[in-house]
Unconditional design. Structure first.
Lengths: 468, 503
């Protein structure tokens, strides 16, 4: 067994790089962490997309960052979910809200009761987060507890600055510089990165947070798994100006003739969009075959490039950083250790891909783009999920799944994708009891929502506790 | 849209048959009418006298009262399994149902333990930092503390019970829920000429029992899925060469241990399972490496109390059916496969199959989607248990008999080799959430069988060594003090669920 990793060099200057630096210094303070910083490129989505998932709260708590810091001082908004409009012609809009849907009945999945009752009310009317979001009210996590999850809508520059300041405070160091070249040893390990200004940075471990170009990691190998056959969109435009952080608790995502759009990003297929007037950057969806080889690991867009539908970009970053910390190998970066890291990261990325592909293949707009989308051949794991679901409303469990069963159901039901039959378990309760359970659940969602403060009041109360 | 009930015919009335009948009757009362066919002339194997904690979930779902069930099956509590002589003669460790250390926090306790060892700091055996291990060796038992912050909450428990009494107990439950029982020996299985589905079973009496769905709980003979439907059997004996067991119960004369023991022998291993009224003993062996006579002599010599039956030999083969659900037949228990009882998985595998069937209960026209998903889930259970069992044999330094030479040097499935290499390197576990044996179980067996990590999680380097050593010692003392305040295992049973109550 060789020695420990001591020096870590991180290339990149966006949220990804600074989050990695902060987490490494916080969790493994014995490391020397140097960030070789440069502004993130326009196609680095994890560094640029404002919307995030509830997992960001766990990442902050784990790092010792308070909500006063991450919400008030960083001027973030709170988001309870995504409002999808136009994804299913002939059906109302729906909300994919975070947290649990329905009431818990022992032995019977709630959605089977909803199906049995005949789904007379929209599925999202059984979600506390969706109801709060629609009424612009907010509950604190401890009152609504497990029923409610919320992500943040970042003011990207401020948030990046917060993370940078925190990382530096924890002892990370910064050296501005752009990667010009990579010096590779005979055994294939990276010896140093050579900077445009002539500088040379040595380290035991190189963390590549430079965006899709993966300016370090790509020098070792370029083996990539493309998702282009499943995700037809290949252009993205990220909104330049930051939205009002407290505009709304829900983000609207509209289906467009050749993709989708929202306040913070627009995504489309360049082979279908012929007007060519939208300024956008290329998006090559897919992932590295092995995010980590030898002493170089790609984090964020350097490892996985995925469209921001469902806002998974920064979530994947956090998850990869958590793994980097908890699976830190020895200085020899033994293949057996990296293999488990790569297995977990890849399984996670592939299920995120499945979740996003699912939005497209179950949607029902009618333009040529959407017709092409409908005719794709599914990845095997998604085929398995959807065929089991189509038959009996069951979703198989996959390891490293990002989205809960509630999330899958919110989108599937929201888009009108219903199973052929109701599960026999749902018949364990008599029909009138099923109806009572459902209406009691809606009543409690409505009643709880009505008793909560408005979102603006909530934010201003928090702001008074946390002067800027 | 309501459907008519399916006629479910359960073939065989052992543990598997009555667990299936009781669960289906309880959980899907509007969807199935259950008929169980069994013959009093055919004995039951009664495997799995020792169970895993999952059985508690099964009983709870069926509304079974714990004390009543324990009294009726003459059960004792089980905190884990003690392994003796596995890596080397003279070694012993306990695989506990529960965590090492406090069981929470971001870094698993065994990383701190590894660090202390590497630093040469005073540190006890890993088991001394486990609530379950400490209780087990002290012969103590009390229910887990409901407050998850307390160290007294960090263990789980199962039962050791008389399997020949569990089936009759469940029969009462199932019949109370409306399951019908037919006495009779099955002489033939009728298949539909076109679809190949099972249409009926014929009894010796000449009666036919028709059904929509057949649950094959016929045990090793595998009457429907094996004999009638001819589903292939995947043979795993290259990795798990034991193919016989000789069982011999005796009176419980030694202490009533809240754990099962598995002692390595020259050509296999020997179980010891203490129940309230007797102790189960048996020698699981490979007939390639020892004769039946010698195995019999070995178990007779090893039994610690007055024998209450003659030694009885069972034959089996490790492996499983390629598919457990074929056409309209679902195999549950020994008809679907066999894994030796080294980690008490027999009843767990029944439970997993029954649970999956309840979750994937079909329509009359069975959808291949249901069947395929069932088979995927069951295969995963079998495959993961297989790897875990192989680990016990392979992680050894023993070279004192041809049997141990074979298992020590055999090549193991790649899935297992990766797990071993990863742990040896830095104490890391291959992470998955599904499957029966999770991190603490693997850690117990690795470290108990001398696969000691060469390194540890870097985060375990943060506290100073002496502070860490002090904390570990305080934890060890706290665990010991709590265990010592608990009642003696036998005293607890006599208060809670004595078998005399089971009139």
């Amino acid at each position: 067994m060789t020695g420990n990793i001591q020096r870590v060099a991180i290339a990149g200057g966006g949220i990804t790089a600074w989050s990695a630096a902060a987490a490494l210094k916080r969790k493994l303070p014995m490391l020397d962490v140097l960030v070789v910083s440069s502004p993130p490129p326009p196609d680095a989505l994890a560094d640029r997309i404002a919307n995030t998932l509830p997992s960001i709260g766990e990442f902050h708590a784990d790092l010792g960052l308070s909500e006063e810091d991450t919400i008030i001082r960083a001027q973030s908004g709170i988001r309870l979910g995504t409002h999808f409009s136009g994804w299913s012609e002939g059906l109302p809009d729906y909300v994919h809200a975070y947290g649990s849907y329905g009431a818990s009945v022992p032995g019977i999945p709630f959605h089977q009761l909803w199906l049995r009752e005949g789904h007379s009310q929209p599925y999202d009317s059984y979600s506390l987060a969706a109801e709060l979001g629609r009424s612009e009210r907010f509950a604190t996590a401890d009152t609504a507890d497990a029923q409610l999850g919320y992500g943040l809508r970042l003011t990207v520059d401020r948030y990046c600055e917060l993370m940078r300041a925190y990382a530096l405070h924890l002892g990370a160091t910064e050296r501005p510089g752009d990667v010009a070249d990579v010096e590779v040893r005979e055994d294939g390990f990276v010896a140093a990165m050579i900077l445009v200004d002539g500088g040379r940075v040595e380290a035991d471990l190189f963390v590549d947070c430079t965006g899709p170009a993966a300016r370090l990691r790509s020098r070792l190998d370029g083996d990539r798994e493309s998702w282009a056959q499943w995700l037809l969109c290949d252009r993205v435009r990220v909104a330049g100006s930051q939205p009002d952080h407290a505009q709304s608790l829900l983000d609207e995502v509209s289906a467009e003739p050749n993709g989708w759009s929202s306040a913070c990003a627009t995504v489309f297929s360049s082979s279908h969009e012929t007007t060519g007037e939208i300024a956008a950057v290329p998006l090559r969806q897919g992932r590295l075959a092995e995010p980590w080889i030898r002493n170089c690991v790609g984090i964020g867009d350097a490892a996985v490039a995925v469209e921001p539908l469902e806002w998974t970009n920064l979530h994947l970053v956090h998850s990869q950083i958590d793994r980097l910390v908890s699976m830190m190998p020895g200085a020899d970066c033994a293949p057996v250790e990296l293999a488990e890291y790569n297995r977990q990261c890849n399984a996670e990325a592939d299920r995120v891909r499945d979740f996003i592909v699912m939005h497209y293949v179950t949607a029902r707009p009618t333009t040529p783009f959407w017709k092409d989308v409908a005719s794709i051949e599914l990845p095997a794991s998604l085929e398995h999920s959807l065929s089991l679901f189509a038959d009996r409303g069951r979703l198989p469990y996959y390891e490293e799944e990002t989205f809960t069963r509630d999330s899958w159901l919110a989108v599937l039901f929201g888009q009108g994708f219903l199973p052929r039959r109701v599960d026999p378990l749902a018949y364990a309760l008599p029909a009138d009891e099923v109806a009572r359970t459902l209406s009691a659940c809606r009543d409690s969602v409505t009643a709880f929502t009505g008793s909560q403060p408005s979102y603006r009041d909530f934010i201003s109360a928090m702001g008074q506790r946390a002067p800027l | 849209m309501e459907e008519h009930k399916l006629n479910v015919v359960v073939v065989g009335g052992g543990t598997a048959g009555w667990m299936a009948a009781a669960a289906l009757s309880k959980l899907l009362p509007t969807r199935c009418a259950v008929t169980l066919v069994e013959s009093e002339a055919i004995g039951i194997v009664g495997v799995g006298e020792a169970t895993l904690p999952h059985i508690r979930g099964f009983n709870e779902r069926l509304g079974i009262d714990e004390a009543e069930f324990m009294a009726a099956t003459r059960a004792t509590f089980k905190l884990g399994i003690e392994f003796r002589d596995w890596a080397r003669k003279g070694d012993s460790y306990l695989h506990p149902f529960g965590a090492f250390g406090r069981g929470h926090g971001q870094v698993d306790f065994h990383h701190y333990w590894s660090r202390l060892r590497e630093a040469g700091a005073p540190v006890a055996e890993l088991g001394e930092y486990s609530m379950a291990v400490t209780m087990a060796y002290a012969n103590r038992f009390a229910l887990p503390d409901p407050d998850p912050a307390m160290i007294g909450s960090t263990f789980n428990y199962a039962y050791q019970f008389d399997a020949t009494l569990f089936a009759p107990f469940l029969r009462k439950v199932a019949e109370g829920l409306g399951a019908q029982r037919i006495e009779g020996r099955i002489v033939d299985v009728e298949l539909d000429g076109e679809t190949g589905n099972v249409t009926a079973i014929k009894l010796e009496s000449g009666d036919r029992v028709e059904g929509d769905l057949f649950i094959d709980c016929s045990g090793f003979v595998s009457l429907i899925i094996g004999k009638a439907l001819g589903e292939a059997f995947e043979d795993w004996s290259q990795w798990l060469p034991c193919d016989r067991a000789v069982a011999m119960p005796c009176r419980t004369e030694t202490a009533l241990t809240p754990y099962t023991s598995a002692t390595a022998m020259n050509a296999g291993w020997r179980w010891r399972i203490p129940l309230q009224h007797r102790t189960g003993n048996g020698y699981v062996y490979s007939s390639e490496f020892i004769s039946d006579e010698d195995a019999r002599a070995a178990i007779v010599a090893a039994v610690e109390g007055e024998p209450i039956a003659e030694p009885r030999v069972l034959k089996f083969k490790a492996g499983r059916r390629t598919r457990s659900w074929v056409r309209n037949c679902v195999a549950v228990g020994l008809s679907s496969g066999f894994l030796e009882p080294l980690e008490s998985t027999s009843i767990y595998l029944i439970q997993a199959a029954v649970g999956a069937l309840v979750e994937l209960f079909p329509e009359r026209n069975i959808s291949p989607v249901d069947r395929d998903e069932f088979n995927r889930l069951i295969d995963m259970e079998y495959d993961r248990i297989r790897d875990f069992l192989i680990l016990h044999y392979h992680a050894t330094e023993r070279s004192d008999s041809p049997f141990w030479d074979y298992v020590r040097t055999m090549s193991v499935p790649e899935t297992l080799q990766e797990k071993i290499d990863l742990f040896r390197r830095r104490g890391r576990l291959v992470k998955y959430r599904e499957g029966v044996f999770l991190d603490a179980s693997w850690i117990a067996v690795y470290t108990g069988q001398r696969i000691v990590p060469e390194g540890h999680d870097r985060r375990a380097d943060l506290p100073p060594v002496d502070a860490l050593a002090r904390e570990a010692e305080a934890l060890r003392r706290e665990i010991r003090a709590i265990a010592e305040r608990m009642p003696d295992h036998r005293a607890h049973i006599e208060l809670y669920c004595p078998m005399a109550q089971a009139a």
